[in-house]
Design a binder for this molecule. Structure first.
Ligand SMILES: *[C@@H]1O[C@H](CO)[C@@H](O)[C@H](O)[C@H]1NC(C)=O
Length: 186
């Protein structure tokens, strides 16, 4: 092999290995970016609140309920139950997997007279949202728990139905009718 040929093949293999390293480096960068991990909780800095996901290890315990900013700011906040939380490898870019609560007026049947002003339906509509849209925490009580509150705050709601968002059906489909909840409002 002549010297110049040797030099050429050396530089070629050097270039090749630099290229291969670069490819490996870029691949691992992409992988690091794509790797997301599950978080049990995270803090929403703007409201200084810790949001926890649903606990299913021993018995199902509802995750935190959150108020989320609607795209139309004239609408009331959306309410959701946090099912799981994930972030990137540094715990940033947090996304929450949520199950939406519907307000009676968002349901197919619309608001009925026996619906409370703070009533929500737990829907079968799941979604993934950026944690940036969380604007507060709230509490969704059982109906019984709600009636026992000494004072009802802005962030207190109650839920006594699950709601099928494709058919508009409720579960349970019958419930004792309570005519007016407004006396419970603060
Ligand atoms: C909603 O109702 C449809 C039609 O009855 C049914 O197929 C579906 O499973 C229901 N969804 C849930 C979450 O129960």
């Amino acid at each position: 092999m002549s010297f110049s040929l040797l030099r050429q093949s050396l530089s070629l293999s050097l270039n090749l290995s630099v290229h291969a390293l670069l490819v490996l480096f870029l691949q691992s960068m992409a992988k690091a970016r794509a790797t997301r991990r599950s978080l049990d909780s995270f803090t929403v800095k703007s409201i200084n609140k810790i949001i926890r996901e649903i606990l299913t290890l021993t018995c199902p315990v509802a995750g935190d309920c959150v108020l989320m900013r609607p795209s139309d700011s004239s609408k009331p906040s959306y309410v959701a139950r946090v099912e799981t939380i994930e972030g990137d490898s540094r715990g940033a870019n947090v996304r929450v997997h949520v199950r939406w609560y519907y307000r009676p007026e968002e349901s197919i049947g619309g608001r009925r007279q026996f619906h409370g002003s703070k009533e929500l339906f737990l829907s079968d509509h799941y979604d993934v949202q950026s944690a940036d849209t969380i604007e507060g925490k709230c509490t969704v009580h059982t109906f019984k728990g709600y009636t026992k509150l000494d004072a009802v705050g802005n962030d207190d709601f109650f839920c006594r139905f699950e709601y099928n968002s494709s058919t508009g059906a409720f579960n349970p489909d019958r419930v004792a009718v309570y005519v007016d909840f407004d006396f419970l409002k603060v």
